[in-house]
Design a protein around this ligand. Structure first.
Ligand SMILES: [Zn+2]
Ligand SMILES: [Zn+2]
Length: 313
């Protein structure tokens, strides 16, 4: 279960607890930066992002200004979950849960070896217009099916770019970094790699530009222009993560009115891009059940009609 608050509320709460700006920045750096399992300090710190990604019950706990029903919304969410735990299927999923569940299902299609994200775009009535996940453009081989040894041996040539196959400086760097992974084939696993990480270490950079994948949100938007479906102006974007700056800008330009997200990732996408100007989309932290919990909570044990008949026997 994940309980989260919008980024500005979370920061505000830490400030009220007398954390300095430096304290907050250093907590975020430790707990909110993506970690790799081979980092020595990994096992002794929290990885908030990974926890959010792995949860299947989400409770949203934003600041409430009203003092008369301060805990109403929180209580409603808890009552709903406990009722569903006691009696699966007693209510049906909300439109928001249904759409987020589709985004959650879509994310499993991603061939990215570090992170899977799903997105759904609907019109204003939550009628689904498109679905997307983070992946290489259609026609390019996803990262999970590519292989260090194939690239270096000149096999499966179509899976690698001209740059990867011909830039001798890059290839030299790549061959050196592959030495560390030389035992992988003997373990029966595909020796996949992330081009972005390789290229960044080659260049000594740390940026997100050289990813092979389109973002899930981007892919969902593009499906609509690719296949000519209906307009999404005034619609809603669902994402199992949260939109990055580039996707937030696209959502804004497309006239998306509402963005439902799971991971309140620290960054400027929300405050800088989505809250500047006159057509700002409404941002909603997702609350509800997805993934396995969606099925567990919403699948009735017996048909309700039969349950009622049994009660009057
Ligand atoms: Zn990848
Ligand atoms: Zn993005």
């Amino acid at each position: 279960m994940a309980i989260s608050a919008p980024e500005k509320d979370r920061i505000g709460r830490l400030r009220r607890l007398k954390y300095s700006e430096d304290d907050i920045a250093s907590i975020d750096k430790i707990e909110y930066t993506p970690h790799d399992l081979d980092e020595p300090d990994f096992y002794s710190v929290q990885d908030i992002q990974a926890c959010l990604q792995r949860s299947d019950l989400y409770i949203s706990n934003p600041d409430v200004t009203s003092k008369v029903n301060e805990y109403q919304d929180l209580a409603n969410q808890l009552i709903r979950f406990t009722s569903l735990i006691r009696r699966p299927g007693i209510v049906t999923p909300s439109a928001i849960e249904r759409c987020m569940q589709m985004a959650y299902t879509a994310k499993l299609n991603s061939g990215c070896i570090s992170r899977q994200v799903g997105a759904v775009v609907t019109d204003e009535n939550y009628s689904v217009r498109s679905v997307g996940w983070n992946d290489a453009p259609h026609g390019q081989v996803p990262c999970n099916l590519r292989n260090r040894d194939d690239l270096l041996a000149g096999k499966d040539s179509e899976a690698y770019s001209e740059f990867e196959k011909t830039d001798s400086d890059y290839l030299g760097h790549f061959a050196t970094s592959t030495v560390r992974f030389s035992s992988i084939p003997t373990k029966g696993q595909n020796n996949a790699f992330c081009f972005k990480s390789e290229f960044n270490s080659f260049k000594g950079e740390k940026n997100q530009v050289h990813t092979r994948s389109l973002h899930a949100e981007e892919n969902a938007f593009l499906q609509i222009s690719k296949y000519g479906l209906a307009s999404i102006a005034g619609g809603t974007l669902f994402t199992t993560a949260s939109p990055c700056e580039l996707c937030a800008k696209k959502a804004y330009q497309l006239g998306i009115k509402k963005i439902i997200y799971i991971d309140p990732y620290p960054g400027i996408a929300l405050t800088h891009i989505l809250q500047g100007g006159t057509k700002n989309p409404i941002l909603h932290l997702f609350s509800g059940a997805i993934g396995r919990a969606f099925h567990r909570l919403y699948t009735p044990i017996v048909a309700y009609k039969d349950e009622l008949s049994a009660l009057i026997r």
